[in-house]
Design a binder for this molecule. Structure first.
Ligand code: ACO
Length: 332
C-alpha cells in the first residue's frame, strides 16, 4: 500500500437488469394512468422488475463481474468494493455478499447510502482511497431494487421507478487524473420531499422496557418539489464545477445525468447549452433505478462505443437527502 498516486483511470464497466418487463400499459391495469401520460410527463416507456431470485446483491454481483471482465484484472488484485444502494438485501451491508460471490478475497467491501446520488458519492469516495495511495484497484457499484419499496397503488410515484445495477472499475495512476473534478452537496432541511422512512412500531420486551420494532414504509415523494429542486440545482452544481476546473459545455462530449425524468434531462441540458445529441438517456427502457442509473447508462454507452476512450463526460446525481453532486470524467 501507499503507492503515492495522483489520480484515477477508468478501466471497465458492467451492468445488469432483471428480465421481467413492466410496461406503462401494464401499470395502467393497476392504477389510474396511461402510457400517453407517463411517456409525455417522464419519457419512460417501461421498467425492469426483479424476480424472486433477484436482489441488490445478485444484480450488483453481475454488474461488477462484467466490469471486471472488461478490465481482465485478476480478481484477487481488487482492493476495494463500494456498493451504493438504498435497498440492500441486508441492512448490515450487502457489499460483503458481492465480495464473496466475486471471490475478491483481498478487497474491503462496504455499502454507502445516498439514494440517487449514491453512485456518484461512492465513485468520489473510492477515488479518494486511490488518489491517497491507500488502494490501487476499486469496483464502484450502484444497485437498487426500488420495486420492493414503491407504493404500487400510488400513481404519482410508482410509474417512475425500476430495478437495475451498474458498476465501474477504477485504478490508481501516477500519470494523470481522469476524475477531473467533483462537487457534492446535501440539504437535509428539504429531506421530507423524498423518503423511504422507517415505520417503527412501539412494542415492549418485558414489563416497562419498550422498544421500536423495525420495518419501512413505501417511498413517499413530493414530485413537484423534487422536480423543481433538480432543474434548479443540477445546472448550478455543474456550472460551479466547470468554473473550478476551467471547463465549459463545448469541451464536454457527454452529459450523463441521473435518469429520473426526460423533462429534467432536457431542462438541465438546455440551461447548460448542451445540444440534444450530447445528452445520454436510456430511461425510456428502465425508468429511475436510483443508484443504478448512472453506471447503467455509462456501461451501455461504452459497450455501444458511443462513449469512446478519452471522451469527457459531465455527470450528475441528485435525489433524496436531498443530496446532489457532479463529476467531470475523462473515460479511460
Ligand atoms: N397518471 C395520470 N395522472 C397522474 C399521474 C399518473 N401516473 N400522476 C399524477 N397524475 C395527475 C395528478 O393527480 C394531477 O392531477 P390533478 O391536477 O387533477 O390533481 C396531475 O396529474 C398533475 O400532477 P403533477 O404532480 O403536477 O404532475 P407533474 O407534471 O409534476 O409530474 C412527476 C409528476 C412525473 C412525478 C414529476 O413531478 C417528476 O418527475 N418529479 C420528479 C420526481 C423524481 O424524479 N423523483 C425521484 C428523484 S431521485 C431519488 O432520489 C429516488
Amino acid at each position: 500500500m501507499n503507492f503515492k498516486q495522483i489520480g484515477v483511470s477508468f478501466k471497465g464497466s458492467g451492468s445488469y437488469v432483471p428480465n421481467q418487463i413492466l410496461t406503462n400499459s401494464k401499470i395502467s391495469n393497476k392504477v389510474d394512468t396511461s402510457d400517453e401520460w407517463i411517456k409525455s410527463r417522464t419519457g419512460i416507456s417501461q421498467r425492469r422488475i426483479s424476480g424472486l431470485e433477484e436482489s441488490v446483491t445478485q444484480m450488483g454481483y453481475k454488474a461488477a463481474m462484467s466490469a471486471i471482465q472488461m478490465t481482465k484484472w485478476d480478481i484477487e488484485t481488487i482492493d476495494l468494493i463500494v456498493l451504493a444502494t438504498s435497498t440492500p438485501n441486508d441492512l448490515f451491508g450487502s457489499a460483503p455478499g458481492i465480495q464473496a460471490k466475486l471471490g475478491a478475497n483481498n478487497a474491503v467491501a462496504f455499502d454507502l447510502t445516498a439514494a440517487c446520488s449514491g453512485f456518484l458519492f461512492a465513485l468520489i469516495t473510492a477515488s479518494q482511497f486511490l488518489k491517497g495511495g491507500t488502494y490501487k484497484r476499486a469496483i464502484v457499484i450502484g444497485a437498487d431494487q426500488m420495486s420492493s419499496y414503491v407504493d404500487w397503488n400510488d400513481r404519482r410515484s410508482c410509474i417512475l421507478f425500476g430495478d437495475g445495477a451498474g458498476a465501474i472499475a477504477i485504478e490508481a495512476t501516477n500519470e494523470f487524473d481522469n476524475l477531473i473534478g467533483f462537487n457534492m452537496r446535501t440539504d437535509g432541511r428539504k429531506g421530507s420531499f423524498l423518503n423511504l422512512p422507517s415505520n417503527k412500531k412501539k412494542d415492549s420486551i418485558i414489563d416497562n422496557i419498550e422498544f421500536s420494532s423495525g420495518g419501512f414504509s413505501p417511498i413517499q415523494m413530493n414530485g413537484q418539489e423534487v422536480y423543481k429542486f433538480a432543474v434548479r440545482e443540477v445546472p448550478l452544481i455543474i456550472q460551479d464545477l466547470f468554473k473550478k476546473v476551467n471547463y465549459n459545455s463545448d469541451k464536454v462530449d457527454w452529459l450523463l445525468l441521473h435518469q429520473a425524468n426526460q423533462r429534467i434531462l432536457d431542462s438541465v441540458g438546455d440551461k447548460l447549452k448542451f445540444s440534444k445529441g450530447k445528452i445520454l438517456s436510456n430511461l425510456q427502457n428502465y425508468g429511475n433505478t436510483s443508484a443504478g442509473t448512472i453506471p447503467l447508462m455509462m456501461d451501455e454507452a461504452i459497450r455501444k462505443k458511443t462513449i469512446k476512450q478519452n471522451d469527457i463526460i459531465a455527470t450528475s446525481g441528485f435525489g433524496a437527502g436531498l443530496s446532489w453532486g457532479a463529476a467531470l470524467i475523462k473515460w479511460g
